[in-house]
Write a protein that binds this ligand. Structure first.
Ligand SMILES: Nc1ncnc2c1ncn2[C@@H]1O[C@H](COP(=O)(O)OP(=O)(O)OP(=O)(O)O)[C@@H](O)[C@H]1O
Ligand SMILES: [Mg+2]
Length: 327
């Protein structure tokens, strides 16, 4: 490994983030469930991997599953496995993620998107250390450390009856808020330089520094996509640059477009016409918002005030509509 390889290290000079790292170090060795709360791209997965790496479980597997990305009907079998013939298409017995992670750590990403029925089964896995494969007759003992992430307010979901209260308390033993990048100006500088070095090396460039105007632009942006967005912006800047300095014009934050957010949204509102159905207007708004967030579904769902699952289902419908009725 060279100095330019991804090493999974969490770089920070921010006080709050350093506190997060200390908390993580302190609890890593225990079996305690950790709930990482933070916006998309803040480094939750990196933290989850660090918890695993610093625990006595690091010889066993770290297994991640995104509860929002797996179709609802398949989530149970993904988590807990299934027996042969349990449902159409279950040609073979299959081990679930919980079994795979046995003696190790499981990362349950976007836990808020787990259906209620499965929440009950998850609670049992946590409380009794027991799971049941889909179509299975007996229970299987598992010893898994759980790290969950959410960027929705679970307490609020409990109030609305969308999340089980008992599961919430089980998960909320050690809630850790991962601060968004815009609250960590020192990290914007540190990570911008780090990504610049990596990208410069990877692309055979000789970029060595970021000038003041460019850095000011970076510091003034709100980073809705957090560290992931910063990494992309720096990669683009390195490719656009010539010479050894990154300049303001190389830093093309989509914010040049996003800064006019209100204007953008107004433009699209003007596109609404009487005679459109509510469904058509909804589709237009969803597609517009996705364009705005550069297809970041998590962010788009937040802006639209709907769950990621709902957003995915809608997109699925639109996809089918396109296949179904051409023209
Ligand atoms: N402090 C950091 N130092 C170095 N790299 C970082 C840091 N934080 C995040 N990254 C990098 O930024 C990217 C996003 O991080 P990560 O996947 O952990 O975020 P996340 O919170 O899980 O995002 P999402 O909610 O979208 O799943 C990754 O490529 C990760 O390696
Ligand atoms: Mg993640």
């Amino acid at each position: 490994m060279t100095a330019f390889d991804r090493d999974g290290l969490i770089r920070t000079e921010d006080g709050e983030m350093s506190r997060v790292l200390r908390t993580i170090e302190n609890v890593a060795a225990s079996r305690a469930t950790v709930l990482l709360l933070g916006e998309s791209g803040t480094g939750k997965e990196l933290l989850a991997r660090m918890i695993h790496a610093k625990s006595p479980r690091n010889k066993a597997r770290f297994v991640a599953i995104n509860c929002a990305a797996v179709p609802e009907g398949l989530l149970e079998s993904e988590l807990f496995g299934h027996e042969k013939g349990a449902f159409t298409g279950a040609h073979q017995q299959k081990c679930g993620k919980f079994e795979l992670a046995s003696e190790g750590t499981i990362l349950l990403d976007e836990i808020s998107e787990m259906p209620m029925l499965l929440q009950a089964k998850l609670l049992r896995a946590i409380q009794e250390g027991e799971i049941e494969r889909v179509g299975g007759r007996g229970t299987i003992r598992v010893n898994v450390r759980i790290v969950a992430t959410s960027n929705r307010d679970l307490r609020d979901m409990v109030r609305r009856g969308q999340f089980r209260e008992d599961l919430f308390y089980r998960l909320n033993v050690l809630p850790v808020r991962v601060p968004p990048l815009r609250e960590r100006p020192k990290d914007i500088e540190l990570l911008a330089r780090y990504f610049m070095e990596m990208s410069s090396h990877r692309n055979g460039r000789a970029v060595k520094r970021i000038d003041l105007e460019a850095m000011t632009k970076l510091l003034n942006w709100s980073w809705p996509g957090n560290v992931r967005e910063l990494e992309n912006v720096i990669e683009r800047a390195v490719l656009l640059s010539n010479g050894d300095v990154l300049r303001e014009r190389d830093v093309q934050i989509d914010g040049d477009r996003l800064a006019n957010a209100d204007q953008n949204l107004q433009t699209s509102a003007a596109g609404l016409t009487a005679g459109m159905t509510v469904a058509q207007a909804e589709k237009a708004l969803i597609l517009k918002t996705l364009e705005f967030t550069e297809q970041n579904r998590t962010k788009a769902a937040q802006m639209l005030g709907i769950s990621i699952r709902t957003l995915r289902n809608k997109l699925h419908e639109y996809g089918e509509m396109e296949v179904g009725h051409v023209g």
